[in-house]
Design a binder for this molecule. Sequence first.
Ligand SMILES: [Zn+2]
Length: 241
Amino acid sequence: MSEPLRRDSSNRILAALTDEDYARLAPYLERVSLDSGLTLHQIERPVDYIYFPETMLVSLLNMMSDGSTIEVGIVGKDGIAGISPLLGSERALMQTIVQIPGEALRVRTPLLREEFNRGGELQAVLLRYTRSLMAQVAQRAVCNSLHTIEQRLARWLLMSRALADSDELPLTQEFIAHMLGTRRAGISQAASMLQDAGLISYTRGHINILEPEELERAACECYQVVKNQSESMSKEVVGGA
Ligand SMILES: [Zn+2]
């Protein structure tokens, strides 16, 4: 008789694996604690490690030719960071940086790719996640071009809150401006409006979400769309559909 497996990770991809798939992967998982702003993957550079975030949040960034970046997605405990090697590309398609510091489990890319290529539950779970990530990125494209900075800031704070499981987010306005591809003055104005309305409070380096339900009303529809997609994927994973 083998011992029961210890599933001590909050990452939902790992939690959705069969005991057999998890047991094969477990010896190669390494827990790391990563600081805000750290670059995990550079565009067009090899992906050495794939990360399963736990408390850490990661921004997926697209880069313009002048070096400016804009966020096209967020990954937390719902997914993995560094998916391109599983989809046939040796190199990173997007830049990934740590948005909120915290813990993750990481595995060397060739090991996870080998497991992925066996087929089975790991592949099925990761393909479902990829579908949900594509939906998030597609929604973000619409959001970035159609919705106001206030709406986008509210949406972004709600998404980060849901993935970080916390009303207090260690984020500077400069960092948020960078993520949303806008000028810092625009973010300051939007944050002031949300603070004046009593929905958030901010001090240097920290944003507190005071009224999440009110903040949902201030956000564009994108928050609810992405949330629904992510929840329906989680149900599929749990239900094994
Ligand atoms: Zn939007």
